[in-house]
Write a protein that binds this ligand. Structure first.
Ligand SMILES: [Zn+2]
Length: 449
């Protein structure tokens, strides 16, 4: 009989690490970092972090990673009391999408364990690794890619990745055939983005597989009354009004990997005759993903509606150097401010001192009530003070990357699994509303399915 053990993603948003076993076959679904549990003992943004030089020692101390033999690489275990094994004890790790709460712990994995991810996910992580200080895997890691609908035979299991719509390109759910029925795993998904058809494809594949188990994300299941379920087209419409009605600079803030929101602002820029000014990191990401024709992304350096912004640095990292001559700087943004939509991360608000906006608007297009990016915990007060200083009107416009409660219940109803396993949520008991037997899971506890 197959079994599931949830080593993360239980009573927390993110940190998904789900072990599926049958006889000798063992695969992990996602291998992400837990934010909330990490926050119990550490403080983000470098104030107090696990000591990376000791690999997993500090993680094991607080139960932040499963202490399993044959799962990790030698370096990760050197300072711990878990012995390293030459042969891995797991068949594969399958990744749904490129968010840290699903991928960030891959770097600790045993190099003998193949890691499967979508083509776009690999490119996004490669671009992120090159343009930030983060690295996701090691040189010797065995990274393999898949596309939607491709079947992967892994031990006792046959896995079919099916695309879903989320706030990062190339997100997938999985349909996993076991010898005793199938399991559907949603990853993170929504039905109110630019591509609800992708999520619908996943739901239909899940329906057809008549699953024994549906592992379903529930990030927003408890938020029904508190927040409106804005759609991506709504954000576009409202942003367009702001860009149209604003006389001066329009600033825009979004999550760096959210290219759906990039598309939204790109369309708004086109529609309102403004030019979208993006960061070098975004330009690098667009260039990396442009080879994937299905994504249909513009070339940031030749598209007439886009300019790329150069932050003045004392020393430029190697990846930026060949791109600099094609960039604009703060004086360009200052001179053309009424004709621009200027994307700027909170980290880089210092640029405003050089740009000197003479009034305008800021579209704050982020902030989920939890986080896939610790920066959203940044004090609203500081943001508001900066905007007031430059006379920029604050507009909160965001569509979540996650399904609403209503969308979740509809998906459970359509898929009609024998049992629902809620993950990535603080309120698993609310899943009972879907009318199906619902497993209230405990972390690290094995359950037969
Ligand atoms: Zn996600």
């Amino acid at each position: 009989m197959p079994s599931l053990t949830f080593y993360g993603g239980i009573n927390e948003i993110g940190g998904n690490k789900i072990l599926l076993e049958q006889q000798k076959s063992r695969i992990f679904l996602d291998f992400g970092q837990s934010f909330s549990l990490l926050d119990d003992y550490f403080v983000p943004e470098g104030f107090l972090s696990p000591r990376e030089r000791f690999g997993l020692k500090d993680y094991f101390e607080f139960g932040l990673m499963p202490k399993l033999a044959g799962l990790y690489n030698k370096e990760a275990l050197t300072a711990t009391d878990l012995p390293h094994k030459n042969e891995p004890s797991f068949d594969a790790v399958l990744i749904t999408h490129a968010h840290n709460d699903h991928v960030a712990h891959l770097k600790y994995l045993h190099p003998g364990i193949p890691v499967y991810m979508g083509e776009a996910t690999k490119k996004i992580l490669e671009s992120t690794a090159e343009t930030t200080r983060q690295s996701f895997w090691r040189e010797e890691s065995d990274i393999r890619t898949f596309r939607t609908g491709q079947k992967l035979s892994i031990g006792e299991f046959e896995v079919e990745p099916v695309h879903v719509d989320h706030s990062v390109p190339g997100a997938y759910g999985f349909i996993i055939e076991t010898k005793e029925g199938s399991i559907a795993y949603s990853g993170d998904l929504r039905a109110h983005g630019h591509r609800p058809d992708l999520t619908e494809d996943f739901v239909q594949r899940a329906v057809a597989s008549e699953p024994k188990a549906l592992i379903m994300e529930g990030t927003r299941v408890a938020l029904n009354e508190m927040r409106k379920n804005h759609t991506e087209p709504f954000v576009q419409e409202e942003s367009q009004k702001v860009a149209h009605d604003t006389k001066g600079l329009v600033m825009a803030m979004r999550y760096p990997k959210d290219l759906d929101r990039f598309r939204t602002f790109y369309s708004v820029a086109k529609e309102t005759g403004r030019t979208l000014v993006i960061s070098l990191k975004t330009a690098h990401l667009l260039q990396t993903l442009r080879s994937d024709e299905k994504l249909g992304l513009p070339d940031p350096f030749s598209d007439k509606h886009i300019k790329v912004y150069e932050r003045k640095l004392r020393n430029y990292p190697a990846w930026q150097k060949p791109l600099l001559e094609k960039c604009v700087d703060a004086s360009f943004v200052h001179e053309h401010q009424k004709d621009l939509i200027f994307e700027l991360d909170f980290y880089y608000f210092g640029e405003l001192v050089d740009v000197q906006p003479a009034g305008g608007a800021c579209i704050h297009s982020m902030s989920e009530p939890f986080e896939e990016d610790p920066m959203s915990q940044v004090g609203d007060e500081v943001l508001k003070n900066w905007l007031a200083h430059y006379n920029l009107a604050h507009h909160q416009l965001h569509a979540s990357g996650h399904a609403s409660r209503q969308e979740i219940m509809q998906m459970i109803g359509s898929v009609n699994p024998r049992q629902v396993f809620p993950v990535h949520t603080h309120a698993p008991e609310l899943f009972k509303e879907g009318g199906k037997p619902t497993a209230l899971l405990k972390k690290n506890e094995k359950c037969a399915i």
